[in-house]
Design a protein around this ligand. Structure first.
Ligand SMILES: [Zn+2]
Length: 57
C-alpha cells in the first residue's frame, strides 16, 4: 500500500475521501505542518474550487 507523503515535510498524509454526487473529492492533510491539498477524480483541485463545491447545497 502506497503512502502519500507531504511535499513540505515528508510526513505521511491522512486522506479523507468525500463522494459528492458525480465526483469524488479526496483531501490530503498533513498533521505535522498542516498542509492540505484536495483532489477531484485524481486531479489537483484549487482551493477556491473546493470552497465552491462545499458551499453549494
Ligand atoms: Zn507536512
Amino acid at each position: 500500500m502506497a503512502t502519500t507523503r507531504c511535499a513540505q515535510c515528508g510526513s505521511p498524509l491522512v486522506e479523507i475521501t468525500l463522494n459528492r454526487g458525480e465526483s469524488t473529492m479526496t483531501m490530503q492533510s498533513c498533521s505535522t505542518c498542516d498542509t492540505r491539498s484536495w483532489r477531484a477524480d485524481g486531479e489537483l483541485l484549487p482551493i477556491h474550487r473546493v470552497l465552491e463545491a462545499v458551499g453549494r447545497r
